[in-house]
Design a protein around this ligand. Structure first.
Ligand SMILES: [Zn+2]
Length: 169
């Protein structure tokens, strides 16, 4: 678009028809270039990513890739509708992209969700274990130092009520 504008500015002085044809040419060339770049960029830019994400792919990375693949499919369909891509290429690339999108969605639905569930469960269990340990610690402290039976707060030895919750000691 910038190039088109520049062309129009440079070409001023020529006949209006020439200017229109010139800028149209520049615009269509840049469209084709952008289309090719857009189709190739997710495939090309994905390659350096792959070794990094092989070990533990985060949900965010999967989502990002899914968005990219879905966008590529839309652009491919658009380019095909514009007649820029042959049926065979469209079928091949579209099939690959769709298979990839499906795989990613499956990973997100099953793998990603499952992993999140596990993480949540582990976190809850850790919390539970800490809570149990805390309660045991409080009970131990109670017998030794007269901690509150309700909240586990250690009060002064001569205290009659808990300074934290007010329960009778
Ligand atoms: Zn208390």
């Amino acid at each position: 678009m910038l190039a088109a504008t520049a062309t129009v500015i440079v070409a001023t002085g020529q006949a209006p028809a020439n200017i229109i044809i010139l800028s149209l040419t520049v615009v269509s060339v840049s469209f084709v270039g952008m289309g090719a770049y857009r189709i190739l960029s997710p495939l090309v830019s994905d390659q350096p990513d792959t070794p990094i994400t092989i070990g533990g792919r985060t949900r965010a990375a999967l989502e990002r890739e899914k968005t990219l693949v879905l966008r590529s499919i839309k652009e491919l369909e658009f380019d095909f509708a514009m007649g820029k891509i042959a049926q065979a290429d469209f079928d091949e690339m579209g099939g690959k992209l769709r298979a990839r999108a499906l795989g990613l969605m499956r990973q997100l639905d099953a793998g990603g969700g499952y992993r999140e569930q596990i993480a949540k469960e582990v976190e809850e269990r850790l919390k539970g274990a800490q809570g149990a340990q805390g309660a045991q610690g409080a009970q131990g402290a109670q017998s030794a130092q007269g901690a509150c039976a309700d909240c586990g707060t250690v009060n002064d030895p001569d205290a009659k009520f808990c300074k934290n919750c007010g329960a009778k000691l």
